[in-house]
Ligand binder design. Structure first.
Ligand code: SAM
Length: 454
């Protein structure tokens, strides 16, 4: 044993001095005494990785973990090797095992979160930074990286809180001043939009009151239930609450926007009809077409013949994000992007099912950047934006907001759900000094009434 310890000490000294070959020889000698010593297997892995022999490094780290799955350093060092070979997926799997086997080690969550962050998977990174902080409430690196993820993801208030914590823990933390003032500017821009909007109040939820014509109201209520596939859902039930804000089960529904936002659309259209506001109805981003079907149904119910419904979509889903032009879109991370692809034939067939496909419905097929600039739309009375992304929201605002009549409405579906969409609206409103009051519809939708031209 004494002999073992003295060789071990000698090996560590050589290792520290950078005499890797000699240290390696001594570690191998030690394994002859005790091949199941996890520390020595691990140290040998470290030596091999320092000698750039990744294959052997990997082998010894793996052995060390097998012998002792409860030392987080073993995983961390092996993950480094995997990452240096671009094996991100395996590194994530490895560190996921590490957190399973060592659920109380904050550093392991941090390391796992860092990999997600490196790969722009901010939601997963945030989840793991939060776990690290739960275990170690003064974990400054975790707060800092959490702040960066929130900033990247445009969750500005959350980012502000995370960096504030970093400042509290260490006012001299590297770069904290720069990032904090950058974030403050962004928050001020957001604040400018919100405070200039007299009625922006999260408690002022949208209450709808349509028309005195009960028959029309009953007809449209029934239609909304059909479009959301909720005819058989009890209005008192939890499921209805879900549907109210946005559909959770989307098998047969023709829209994902939920009853509250359909009510808001209904309200805006009826208001513009009652007030003789000139212009067509437009939705940019229609998915299965449900909201535009409601638009056409309302025109029909009120016998309006001089307004068109414009149905604008690629009919093949979202465009590839263009982070060079629109950095906010680089974090777009949908679980199943194909789910959003709905063909023009399917949308037309949905209109047909409701008996509403006619000359008053116009389709604009293609990317907004290509179709909207030259679209034959003269004036708009209700503009509904539902394109999810910064680019899609900005393009719709850029090409269509100038055509919105005074007294008309713009509705933004994704303000609360997708920070990149909110950012586009903030940027556009600030650029053109738009001050009209913003009203909140539900957990995500907002709208305002245009009061002056830009
Ligand atoms: C969330 S869905 C719209 C939901 C729909 N309003 C409803 O009632 O269920 C987003 C839609 O926007 C479309 N889209 C997003 N960005 C686009 C772009 N730049 N050009 C064309 N279509 C786009 C997608 O194809 C998709 O159909």
């Amino acid at each position: 044993m004494d002999n073992f310890n003295s060789i071990f000490n000698l090996a560590k000294v050589e290792h520290q001095k950078g005499n890797f070959l000699e240290a390696k020889r001594l570690y191998i000698q030690l394994l002859e005494f005790d091949s199941s010593n996890s520390d020595i297997n691990h140290l040998l892995g470290v030596i091999y990785s320092q000698l750039k022999d990744k294959q052997n490094a990997y082998l010894y780290f793996k052995k060390a973990i097998k012998i002792n799955p409860h030392n987080p350093d073993f995983y961390t060092n092996m993950a480094k090797i995997l990452l240096s070979d671009d094996k991100t997926k395996q590194a994530i799997e490895l560190l996921s095992d590490a957190v399973k086997n060592n659920p109380k080690i904050a550093d392991t969550y941090l390391n796992l979160a860092n990999i997600f962050k490196m790969n722009n998977n901010y939601p997963k990174a945030i989840e793991n930074y939060k776990k690290a902080i739960e275990i170690k409430p003064d974990f400054i690196d975790a707060y800092n990286n959490l702040g960066i993820c929130y900033t990247e993801h445009f969750y500005n208030i959350e980012a502000h809180d995370a960096f504030k914590k970093v400042l509290e823990l260490n006012p001299n933390y590297p770069n904290i001043d720069t990032i904090y003032s950058f974030l403050k500017e962004r928050l001020l821009a957001e604040q400018k939009v919100i405070s200039s909007s007299k009625n922006f109040n999260i408690f002022s939820r949208f209450e709808y009151k349509f028309d005195n014509d009960e028959l029309i109201n009953d007809h449209l209520t029934l239609l909304k239930k059909c479009l959301t596939d909720t005819l058989n859902v009890d209005e008192e039930s939890i499921e209805f609450e879900h549907v109210n804000e946005g559909i959770k089960t989307l098998l047969y529904s023709k829209t994902m926007i939920g009853i509250k936002r359909l009510n808001n659309l209904h309200y805006c259209i009826v208001e513009t009809i009652k007030n003789n506001i000139d212009g067509d109805l437009v939705e940019t981003g229609v998915w299965r077409g449900g909201a535009t079907i409601l638009m056409r149904a309302i025109l029909k119910a009120y016998n309006i013949k001089d307004k068109l419904v414009w149905v604008a979509d690629s009919f093949e889903g979202l465009p590839q994000p263009n982070p060079n032009l629109y950095p906010a879109d680089k974090n777009l991370n949908f679980n199943d992007p194909n789910f959003i692809n709905v063909s023009i034939e399917e949308v037309k067939s949905n209109f047909r099912k409701y008996g509403l496909l006619d000359d008053q419905v116009k389709f604009l097929k293609g990317w907004f950047k290509d179709t909207l600039p030259d679209a034959q739309i003269e004036k708009i009375s209700v503009l509904r934006l539902d394109g999810d992304m910064y680019e899609s929201t900005m393009d719709a605002m850029k090409y269509l907001y100038p055509k919105l009549s005074i007294g008309g409405y713009v509705i933004v579906d994704d303000w609360g759900a997708l920070p990149m969409c909110k950012q586009a609206i903030i940027d556009y409103r600030n650029k053109y000094n738009i001050k009209e009051s913003i009203y909140i519809i539900d957990s995500t939708g907002i709208y305002w009434k245009k009061e002056k031209d830009i």
